[in-house]
Design a protein around this ligand. Structure first.
Ligand SMILES: [Fe+2]
Length: 177
């Protein structure tokens, strides 16, 4: 399954540290198993239930967000040098894992994608952290997942979490507009 995921989402290979890359793939596998999804389901699941009839799938969104993050980090580095400190592996992991909780937040019922029982009570930032905590994903990345959405508005965000938050909303809002 890990190889199929790497073929589908080439951004996994942007994670330089082999152990971190393997851990990220392992969380994807676990979340797919928990949600009962196959590899082909990943490009059928809508990236959000908040935009009625969207044709943008889960994989396209996760890749779009990760790519915007990588580009943003590149420009920030180029412009500000060491004044902005970014952990590149954490950045990519946060992009790839930020919506992993959606794989248990959503389910398919009678051919329709809807919130699962778990999803009614736990939005994906919470279930995402749960999946990653269990798997030993670094706290810095769990923080990014926890704070990427509105739930993180009241607290402090790290640089990587700020980039993720804005990349996610840039991808979401532009499609909603
Ligand atoms: Fe997202």
């Amino acid at each position: 399954m890990k190889n199929e995921l790497r073929k589908l989402i080439s951004e996994f290979d942007l994670i330089q540290d082999k152990n971190l890359r393997e851990a990220t793939l392992a969380v994807w596998e676990k979340a797919m198993m928990a949600g009962g999804w196959s590899i082909t389901d990943l490009t059928r699941i809508p990236f959000t239930l908040l935009i009625e009839g969207t044709t943008v799938d889960y994989v396209a969104h996760v890749r779009g967000v990760t790519k915007v993050m990588v580009e943003a980090a590149r420009v920030l580095k180029e412009t500000y040098g060491n004044q902005v400190k970014i952990n590149h592996d954490y950045l990519v992991m946060g992009g790839l894992l930020h919506d992993i909780g959606k794989l248990v937040e959503y389910e398919e019922k009678n051919g329709k994608f809807v919130k699962s029982g778990c999803g009614e009570l736990l939005r994906h930032p919470f279930s995402g952290v749960g999946l990653c905590y269990e798997a030993g994903i670094p706290t810095e990345v769990q923080h990014m997942i926890a704070c990427h959405s509105k739930e993180g508005d009241l607290g402090k965000r790290t640089v990587e979490a700020i980039i993720l938050h804005h990349a996610d909303f840039t991808n979401f809002e532009c499609l909603k507009a």
